[in-house]
Design a protein around this ligand. Structure first.
Ligand code: HEC
Ligand code: HEC
Ligand code: HEC
Ligand code: HEC
Length: 368
């Protein structure tokens, strides 16, 4: 077991300043964040359902969905499982202590990066929830006050919850969301950034945790399959809003966008993870090779159906397939740039039979 100071600098690309909660903690790539980093983020956490101005105050329906997810229940369950204790014991045995306390998952800086949300309680950071709204939408303190509609309804009233699609102008909505994004919000149009967050946790980019700790090296995470089951909470944009908002399925166009962006981000993040590998041939290395090749095959299949010469050219610059001997020097920035620009209007109708069917969605859709 190598105990060198990990050099994960490659993940710290130009985008790091824009990355939200997970980006700050995990995107920097598995290096242990110092106590101070947790505090910086904890200070920006509003919290889903505690304290003043929390998300649940206004977003009652989204909160009800969240409370039925594994992201919520992990807080009360995961730390007590034998598997969690075994992982900690393996890490300890391998001497992976660094600046962690290694007592229990909720007191271990490594587990905190992906399993928990930490908020301030008085002057101290406190592990308070599992994966929460702000894990995906960005820590809220700086954008909370400006993320709601500011225009007025014809009767002069405030545009309230689920009313934006009826009363807000497209320009007003864009200006509002742009303003919030500039303050760190990851809103529903920022699919690339949302996906980056999912994959930063779900590829488990932490070599020590996987090799020494025996933590699983991610899973068959697919953005469509994993976001459209238990995670789905589309009330605001549902056809019945504002009077009868339901947890609506996303549109066909949106589904296609999610599928392509998910595959591209999987490829991008997995290549980054592969580039940082220190222990050649070990579990993490093999898992990331498999991930890169699977994500590549998904993207290739999409390109075959749709064309997209620009994307094909980017892919041509990447080794295929990746093997144990492949050296990744850099992940082309064009890959992320391309993924950012995929929109609901990118003509993707030809890929429908590649997209996971609703029977493959992960978990039960709330309200079904
Ligand atoms: C880099 C992100 C990340 C870190 C760090 C992390 N986990 Fe996980 N963990 C995950 C994800 C993602 C899953 C869900 C796996 C999946 O995708 O199915 C998970 C699942 C688990 C599971 C259930 C799966 C199983 O094998 O039974 C346990 C137990 C677990 N983690 C323990 C821990 C412990 C203990 C720590 C700290 C030492 C830790 N994790 C740190 C991301 C992480
Ligand atoms: C004081 C009330 C209030 C609070 C507190 C609040 N929100 Fe909102 N939020 C709104 C309103 C109103 C909208 C616009 C709803 C609509 O589009 O009809 C909105 C919209 C959103 C959107 C959708 C933006 C988009 O992409 O269209 C997200 C995401 C969001 N809020 C997340 C949060 C999170 C996370 C928190 C807690 C950190 C939070 N909100 C706290 C009132 C609130
Ligand atoms: C901050 C890290 C983090 C982020 C961001 C994140 N997840 Fe997770 N997710 C986890 C962890 C950890 C678990 C496992 C919880 C457990 O069981 O202990 C998990 C579990 C899940 C599960 C339940 C899997 C099961 O056991 O059936 C789904 C579904 C899921 N995540 C989807 C998503 C999607 C979709 C996104 C992005 C939109 C996302 N996650 C973003 C960390 C994260
Ligand atoms: C696992 C990551 C994740 C978590 C946790 C999460 N969201 Fe979201 N949220 C998303 C994604 C992804 C979308 C975009 C879905 C789409 O339009 O396809 C979204 C969309 C939204 C929207 C807009 C929905 C619409 O109809 O356009 C609101 C409002 C929102 N989230 C609020 C919240 C609140 C409040 C919480 C906490 C109670 C929360 N979210 C927790 C990932 C997450």
């Amino acid at each position: 077991m190598q105990k060198s100071n990990y050099n994960w600098k490659h993940v710290v690309t130009g985008t790091v300043a824009l990355i939200g909660l997970v980006g700050v903690l995990v995107g920097i790539g598995g290096a242990q964040p110092a106590e101070q980093d947790f505090k910086t983020i904890a200070k920006l956490i509003v919290g889903p359902d505690a304290g003043a101005d929390n998300c649940a105050n206004c977003h009652t329906q989204e909160t009800a969905v969240w409370k039925e997810t594994h992201h919520y229940s992990t807080f009360g369950l995961r730390h007590n499982t034998q598997r969690a204790k075994d992982i900690l014991a393996c890490l300890k045995q391998a001497g992976v202590e660094q600046n962690r306390r290694m007592k229990a998952p909720k007191a271990d800086n490594m587990c905190l990066q992906c399993h928990y949300t930490t908020a301030m309680e008085g002057t101290r950071p406190k592990v308070s929830w599992g994966i929460s709204c702000e894990s995906c939408h960005g820590p809220g303190k700086n954008w909370l006050a400006i993320h709601q509609p500011t225009e007025r309804k014809p009767d002069g009233g405030v545009i309230g919850m689920n009313e934006s699609r009826t009363f807000e102008s497209p320009e007003g909505r864009k200006a509002r969301l742009d303003g919030a994004a500039a303050k760190g919000m990851i809103h529903s149009q920022m699919i690339y950034r949302i996906a980056k967050n999912c994959y930063s946790c779900h590829t488990v980019p932490n070599e020590q945790l996987v090799n020494a700790g025996t933590h699983r090296a991610g899973s068959d995470f697919d953005l469509v399959a994993w976001s459209q089951g238990e995670i789905r909470h589309n009330f605001v944009s549902s056809p019945g809003a504002p009077k009868n908002p339901t947890n609506a399925p996303v549109t066909k166009e949106r589904l296609r966008q999610l599928y392509l962006v998910g595959a591209l981000v999987d490829l991008e993040v997995s290549l980054c993870n592969l580039m940082g590998v220190k222990e050649k041939g070990d579990t993490f290395h093999r898992a990331m090779i498999g991930r890169v090749n699977r994500a590549r095959a998904k993207v290739d299949a999409i390109v075959e159906k749709v064309g997209m010469p620009q994307l094909a050219a980017i892919l041509a610059s990447l080794p295929d397939p990746v093997t144990e001997d492949t050296m990744i020097q850099a992940v082309p920035s064009e890959l992320g740039a391309f993924a950012r620009n995929v929109s609901e209007d990118t003509g993707l109708a030809a890929i429908d039979d590649l997209i996971p069917k609703s029977s493959e969605y992960r978990g039960t859709v709330y309200g079904k």
